[in-house]
Structures are given as structure tokens and as C-alpha cells.
Ligand binder design. Structure first.
Ligand code: FAD
Ligand code: NAP
Length: 539
């Protein structure tokens, strides 16, 4: 017989978002239970154990701000922490706040069905049990559904295949092997230099070259950490406005002389990291300004890569700099100077099929023992549309979103009452330090639930007009930027058949937070708050 467990809230996922959601709900006196498909906490940092995986937001920023003790006690060892250290940090958070006891691990949520009469969700898992909750909090991740390309012959391959986003927790032997990496986004560009150091031969299959800025990673000086920690309150407050603390410029790229511009790009290139895109204040918005930054990076690629043909293949030309997520790497372009590394441009030489011993392109067969797929994710919507979610009148979320993920403030979608999404489509999400975004969403949702509890309201849904207006605002904001000029995962372009809709809010974190705050202050303007008939009868 099915056992039904009753909770105020169900939380899906035990990454940064799920853990903080569980903590925040419990602190406010809600009963809560979490589910995680993996056997431990960590989310992205559990799944992405590939060589070279690390954050590109500096460690001191890429961490929780909700506990002063936590931020003081944790010591980061590097400017950009590597995956094992971030995972250790997340485990420390889970232990420190005793969160694992509220989570079912190795449990995948398969469905969530809304019951209009009772104003509750019924959640089922792959363990066959059933959970009953007033609220569903989807902390299922924006980049948690890895994508393998549909390559013919893949199942005939005799060697090993692995995706960066599902890297097993065991050594993957690549030393002295013939390795192929397919994909040159942020994951591929981190893995390639590390694999190249040990592989016998590394063949990189590139579809689109990317702008890669050097990380200039290194040990985090004790002094810097100490000073930063002493000023944490100030930095965190600033991060809540801007998302990630970069050195923001006050002038445009074309407002200065060429010599001044180049000097600024050189300074930022030496500084390392995403700061480069903020060299001038119009890189994301003005095509001519953007071209000056792109030309600078292309010149750097040509100066680093010794073989001119390879250098040209590595120069991105089909999208503005930053319009696809800018990559931050270490020794990426330098790696192509190694004698054991070859670059194949699959636009010139498409992959025809995978054979038992290698990869066949239109020109030749490349013998391979291990294939690393760094081919990205069904981002932002993938984790949600894979669950059987049915809202009012039995409407399926995947049907509602078949032309794009309509939502209000990125927090809820009309017709799916009491279901909140964390850093999903319609929010700034991956355009800012995601931990800042996660904390904002969780705090907003937690306060909303307190408001509903205080007012004895048990149902919150979105007004369809508010949703339409928000979607229009998200689109208008995106159209003012160069983000819409690239075939990126931001607009679903990497998944064949996915609707092409720019999914992130580009209006800035400060404005976004102000809008969310105003909505809450105006008794949740744009939301429908109501009581079930059952509750009305009881009163
Ligand atoms: P996730 O960490 O993705 O956690 C979601 C969890 O939900 C997963 O563990 C998944 O197993 C689980 N789940 C999903 N569906 C179900 C289901 N149906 N049932 C049960 N469990 C389910 N962001 C930055 O700001 N800075 C960075 O430097 C940065 N680096 C990144 C590096 C990599 C390699 C990747 C892939 C992403 C990076 N990101 C970065 C973005 C990253 O997604 C966020 O920073 C953050 O880790 C997201 O946390 P989350 O809890 O929202 O989601
Ligand atoms: P991604 O940016 O989507 O890159 C995927 C790569 O695979 C692209 O080069 C893509 O080419 C290629 N590809 C996809 N399908 C292919 C196919 N069928 N054949 C050949 N090539 C194919 O994915 P990702 O690198 O995993 O990064 C995703 C996001 O995770 C990042 O944007 C970032 O937000 C986050 N991340 C951050 C870091 C970090 O530095 N902290 C590290 C890793 C990931 P096209 O460009 O032509 O589609």
C-alpha cells in the first residue's frame, strides 16, 4: 500500500538552492522534505567532477551569505575554487545546518499533480511512494540535465564515453589514451588543457569557437581573504545589487582613443576572469563597441597559437563577445601548441558516425579510446519538463511551455498554483552569481509563504495578464542587448526542436530585486491569492 507523507513544502534538488530552501523554510517553522536523484548533496558540484572543473565567479563571492559564522569559518584555498573544494563546502553547509536528515537521496521525483479542491500537490517518486504538500519548490537546477548529441553509431563504440555533467565518482583513465573531447563551451575549455597533459593524443571536435579569457587562477592569499572577510557585509550588500562584483566601467569602448582602449583590454586580460567583459559599459549592448573587444581577443588567440590555421579555427566570428556565456580558462589556447593535441572544426569536417574504435568525419577516422562529451545541457527548462507536472485542469507544464517558458518574475507560472521555481527562466539566473540569485529567490519565496500563512491563504497563482506583461518585459530587455545575437543555451538554441525564446532577465539584478520587492509590498500584485472551498467551509 502507498504511504502518503504530508508536508508544508516539498523541495526538489539538493544543490545550493535546495539546501538553502530547506534551511529557510525550516527556520520559519514550515515542515519540509527534499528529494535528490544523486546519493549526496552538491547538485552541479556533485555531478561535474570532470578534470579542471571550477567556478568562474571568485570563491569568496561564490558562497552563501546567509550565515555570518559560515562565511567567516570557511577558508578558500584558490581564487577560483575547484570542484572538490566547492563540493566539500556544500557538504559542510549541509552538516553544519543538519539538512541531510530532511532529504531523500537517490530518489527522483517523477510527477507532481495539483489538486484544485484541496489546494495541494501530490508528488510521486521513482521509489513508488507518494508525498502530499501545500507547496512545491523546484530547486532542480538550470544546468542539471546533460545533453548527449544524437550521433549515429554511438552504441557501437568499444571505448568509454562520459559527459562532463555526469562525470562518475571514480577515476576515468585518460593518461596515455587517445581521447576525444566534443564541445568547446565553458566545460570543454576547462577540461581540455588538463586532459591534454596526460593523454597520448587529444582530438578536440569544435562546432563553435568561443571567447576564452584567462582565469589567472592561483592560491588565495591569506591577507586578501582576511581583509575580504572583515568587509563581508559591505561586499555582500553590493553583490545583492550587481550580482557579481566586477570592476564596472563608466565609459563606452568608443568614448576613448584606440590606445586607451587597448591599454584597458590589456589590463583586464592580465587581471583575468569575466572582468574583461566589463572593460567598457557597452560591450553587452553596442555591436561596434563589442567588436573592439572581440578583435582584441582574436588578436590574442593569433599571438598565442603558433599554427596560423589552428589559430583561425579558434577565433570566434559568428557571435558577439559575451553573447554566449564568456568562458574563463587556464592555458586553453596554449594547449593547441602541444604536439599531442589536434583541433577538428566540425563545420568544415562534420562527424559522420561513431565507429567501434573511433570517430569518423567526412574526411577520415580518428582512432579514440575515450570520448568526453562536453556538449552542455537542456538548460533552464529541462529538469522541469522532464517531470510530469500537471497544474489546474490537468494542464501539463511541458505543454504549457511548448512555445517557451511563460512565467511571472521567473518565480511562478500561471495555472500551477503554489509551485515556485528557483533561478529558472524569466529570472536573471545564470547572468549573475547564481548563489546571490538563489538566496534572493529563496528568501522571497519563504517570506511569501509566511505572508500566506499569516493571512490564512492557501493558494497563490499568477494572473495571466501579469505573466504576459512580464514575458514582454523580459523580451524587451533582451532585445536591447547583444545576447539575442548568438545561438546559445540562453535561448534554447543548443537543443534541436526547443523553442527559441531568450529565457533570462537582462534588466539587472538591482532592478529585478526592486520589482520583486514592490510586488510583495503591494500584497503580491499580479498574483491571485485565494482560499480553497474546503478551508472556507471550515472557517
Ligand atoms: P543544481 O546544482 O543543478 O542542483 C539541482 C539538483 O536537482 C541536482 O542535484 C539534480 O540531481 C536534482 N534534480 C533535478 N531534477 C530532479 C528530480 N526530478 N528529482 C530529484 N532530484 C532532481 N554559477 C555561478 O554563478 N558561478 C560559477 O562559477 C558557476 N560554475 C558552474 C560550473 C559548472 C560546471 C556548471 C554546470 C554550472 C556552473 N554554475 C555557476 C551554475 C550553477 O548551475 C549554479 O551556480 C548552482 O550550482 C546551481 O545550484 P542549484 O541548486 O540551483 O542547481
Ligand atoms: P555549453 O556552453 O552549452 O557548450 C556545449 C558545447 O558543445 C558547445 O561548444 C556546443 O557547440 C557543443 N555541442 C553541442 N552539441 C553538439 C553537437 N551535437 N555536436 C558538436 N558539438 C556540440 O555547455 P557547457 O560547456 O557545459 O557550459 C554550460 C554552462 O554551464 C556555461 O555556459 C556556464 O554557465 C556553466 N559552466 C560554468 C563553468 C565555469 O567556468 N564556472 C564551467 C562549466 C560550465 P555550439 O556552441 O555550436 O552549440
Amino acid at each position: 500500500m502507498r504511504v502518503t507523507h504530508k508536508y508544508d513544502a516539498i523541495v526538489l534538488g539538493a544543490g545550493f538552492a535546495g539546501l538553502y530552501a530547506i534551511h529557510a523554510m525550516r527556520q520559519r517553522g514550515f515542515s519540509v522534505h527534499g528529494f535528490e536523484a544523486a546519493d549526496d548533496v552538491g547538485g552541479v558540484w556533485y555531478w561535474n567532477r570532470y578534470p579542471g572543473a571550477r567556478c568562474d565567479v571568485e570563491s569568496l563571492q561564490y558562497s552563501f551569505s546567509f550565515s555570518k559564522e559560515l562565511e567567516q569559518e570557511w577558508e578558500w584555498s584558490e581564487r577560483f575554487a575547484a570542484q572538490p573544494e566547492i563540493l566539500a563546502y556544500i557538504k559542510h553547509v549541509a552538516d553544519r545546518f543538519d539538512l541531510c536528515r530532511y532529504i531523500s537521496f537517490e530518489t527522483r521525483v517523477e510527477s507532481a499533480i495539483w489538486d484544485e479542491d484541496r489546494a495541494r500537490w501530490t508528488v510521486t517518486t521513482d521509489r513508488g511512494d507518494e508525498w502530499d504538500a501545500a507547496f512545491c519548490i523546484m530547486a532542480s537546477g538550470s544546468l542539471s540535465v546533460s545533453r548527449l548529441p544524437d550521433l549515429s553509431g554511438l552504441t557501437t563504440f568499444k571505448g568509454e564515453t562520459v559527459h562532463t555533467g555526469m562525470w562518475p565518482d571514480r577515476p576515468i583513465a585518460y593518461a596515455n589514451k587517445k581521447v576525444a573531447v566534443i564541445g568547446t563551451g565553458s566545460s570543454g575549455i576547462q577540461a581540455i588543457p588538463v586532459i591534454a597533459e596526460q593523454a597520448k593524443q587529444l582530438t578536440v571536435f569544435q562546432r563553435t569557437p568561443n571567447f576564452v579569457i584567462p582565469a589567472r587562477n592561483g592560491p588565495l592569499a591569506q591577507e586578501k581573504q582576511k581583509t575580504w572577510k572583515a568587509q563581508y557585509e559591505h561586499w555582500r550588500a553590493r553583490a545583492r545589487e550587481v550580482g557579481t562584483l566586477y570592476e564596472f566601467a563608466s565609459q563606452g569602448a568608443l568614448d576613448v582613443t584606440e590606445a586607451e582602449r587597448i591599454a584597458e583590454y590589456e589590463r583586464r586580460w592580465a587581471m583575468g576572469g569575466v572582468n574583461f567583459v566589463h572593460s567598457f559599459n557597452n560591450i553587452y549592448t553596442d555591436a561596434a563597441a563589442n567588436k573592439t573587444a572581440a578583435d582584441f581577443v582574436r588578436a590574442k588567440i593569433r599571438s598565442i597559437v603558433k599554427d596560423p590555421t589552428t589559430a583561425e579555427k579558434l577565433c570566434p566570428t559568428d557571435h558577439p563577445l559575451g553573447s554566449k556565456r564568456i568562458c574563463v580558462g587556464s592555458n586553453y589556447f596554449e594547449t593547441y601548441n602541444r604536439s599531442n593535441v589536434a583541433l577538428i572544426d566540425i563545420r568544415e569536417e562534420p562527424i559522420v558516425e561513431i565507429q567501434p574504435d573511433g570517430i569518423k568525419t567526412s574526411r577520415q577516422v580518428y582512432p579514440v579510446d575515450l570520448i568526453v562529451f562536453a556538449t552542455g545541457y537542456d538548460a533552464l527548462t529541462g529538469a522541469l519538463t522532464r517531470i510530469n507536472i500537471h497544474g489546474r485542469n490537468g494542464v501539463a507544464l511541458r505543454d504549457k511551455w511548448n512555445k517557451g517558458p511563460k512565467n511571472y518574475l521567473g518565480l511562478m507560472t500561471a495555472g500551477f498554483p503554489n509551485m515556485f521555481v528557483i533561478t529558472g527562466p524569466g529570472s536573471p539566473s545564470a547572468l549573475v552569481n547564481m548563489i546571490v540569485g538563489i538566496e534572493h529567490h529563496v528568501d522571497w519565496i519563504a517570506e511569501c509563504l509566511v505572508y500566506l500563512r499569516d493571512k490564512e491563504i492557501d493558494r497563490i497563482d499568477v494572473e495571466p495578464e501579469a505573466e504576459d506583461q512580464w514575458v514582454a518585459h523580459v523580451n524587451e530587455s533582451a532585445d536591447k542587448t547583444l545576447f539575442v545575437k548568438a545561438n546559445s543555451w540562453y535561448l534554447g538554441a543548443n537543443v534541436p526542436g526547443k523553442p527559441r525564446v531568450f529565457m533570462l532577465y537582462t534588466g539587472g539584478l538591482k532592478k529585478y530585486r526592486e520589482i520583486c520587492d514592490d510586488v510583495a509590498k503591494a500584497q503580491y500584485r499580479g498574483f491571485q491569492l485565494s482560499q480553497t472551498t474546503q478551508r472556507k467551509r471550515a472557517l
